[in-house]
Design a protein around this ligand. Structure first.
Ligand code: KG4
Ligand code: ZN
Length: 361
């Protein structure tokens, strides 16, 4: 089965072709990602209207490039998948209209993919570090710019949410802290680079939710303390060493929180599935090597496997959308061309509402 996937829900215009007759990461026949970094940099974050317009300008050429790289014509495809939500709705609409047009013109199945499900299933596209398959069920830590959740992944479209953030997503805390430290946008990767030269013990930062029951998250207190710490430093330009130390201290606090919450998540997961399964980490923040090491230590202590997509497939891309579309099409799960883009689309619609969690639950 060969599927084209299109992703336009945030600040990446991306398209890819995946083919399940091959194995491991080799299933990716093409993968083109255009980041809109320069368009948003002057504003220090993603501006939805600018993002939508940039997607309109780029999407046709990005799709054409993905098809050229794959050496295929639209007629060779078995279906067209696109992120149908959740995300910045203007951008999602651009991708959905493009995918519908291709599906209609070439009489192909149209598959609307939940962006979170695309992150959730990426490890099944790439396999584990040895290229081995990742069967259901598994425990998923989904950490991105908009979400921070622990979920049991029981099958395609089958999720049980165990925990979620009650305020900020972890990627958001990285981005906002990086902005306060003058590291610009996008903040996550910049903060990780800077932390490498820092002393992670220098600044005492809070570890919200540590040792609490369950596996919900909270990151807004950590972000606020970063601001207060900056304000308590001598006035004037921040020194490079101060910035590096604060980045390292932030990252360590985030690592402590993730390890603690995922430890409880593992207990809850094993309560539901005593036969076990790996911990999978996915979403943009999963590209962070320090946090991956912390999660690997936890998994080694608990005697379970850690699996993660390669860093380039943690951040938004078309291959993950194509793969999730492929898994859904295999189950006969397609949409009609009257599908409406969804600004909100929880993976587990039956999850208990969490106080204060708002749209990120
Ligand atoms: O999954 P993603 O590309 O988009 C969303 O679906 O949100 O995730 C983007 C988020 C941003 O907050 C970005 O700063 C963060 O992932 N991120 C990182 C790293 N790379 C990307 N955070 C920490 N360390 C990184 N290396
Ligand atoms: Zn994403």
């Amino acid at each position: 089965m060969i599927i084209l996937g299109i992703e336009t829900s945030c600040d990446e215009t991306a398209a890819a072709v995946v083919d399940d007759s091959r194995t491991g990461g080799n299933r990716i026949r093409s993968n083109v990602v255009l980041s809109q970094l320069d368009a948003h940099r002057p504003y220090g974050g993603v501006v939805p209207e600018i993002a939508a317009r940039a997607h309109v300008e780029a999407v046709d050429e990005i799709v054409a490039e993905a098809m050229r790289d794959a050496g295929l014509d639209f007629g060779d495809l078995d279906g067209v998948a696109v992120t149908g939500g959740p995300g910045l709705i203007g951008g999602v609409m651009v991708g959905v209209m493009t995918a519908k047009a291709i599906a209609y013109a070439h009489q192909l199945p149209f598959i609307a993919v939940n962006h979170l499900e695309a992150h959730a299933l990426t490890v099944r596209l790439t396999g584990d570090a040895d290229g081995g398959d990742i069967p259901f069920p598994y425990l998923l830590l989904l950490v991105s710019g908009g979400h921070c959740q622990l979920l049991c992944v029981e099958g395609v479209g089958k999720y049980t949410r165990l925990g979620t953030t009650v305020d900020d997503a972890l990627g958001e805390a990285f981005d906002k802290s990086a902005k306060m430290l003058g590291l610009g946008y996008p903040g996550g990767p910049a903060l990780e680079r800077c932390a490498a030269a820092g002393d992670d013990q220098r600044f005492p930062l809070p570890r919200p939710m540590l040792k609490r029951e369950g596996c919900h998250f909270s990151f807004s207190g950590l972000k606020t303390k970063v601001r207060q710490t900056i304000e308590a430093l001598p006035p004037g330009d921040l020194k490079d060493q101060d910035v590096a130390d604060l980045c390292a201290s932030f990252q360590r606090a985030a690592g402590d929180v993730l390890a603690d919450r995922c430890g409880n998540g593992i207990d809850m997961f094993l309560g539901l599935y005593p036969e076990g399964g790996p911990l999978v980490v996915a979403g943009g923040v999963a590209a962070n090597q320090y946090l991956r090491r912390r999660l690997k230590d936890l998994c080694d202590r608990r005697g379970i496997r850690l699996a993660a997509p390669p860093p380039a497939l943690c951040t938004d891309n078309g291959a993950m959308v194509a793969w999730a579309g492929l898994e859904r099409l295999r189950n006969g799960d397609t949409e009609h061309l009257d599908f409406k883009p969804r600004p909100r689309w929880p993976l587990d619609p039956d999850a208990e509402p969490v106080a204060y969690a708002g749209a990120k639950a």
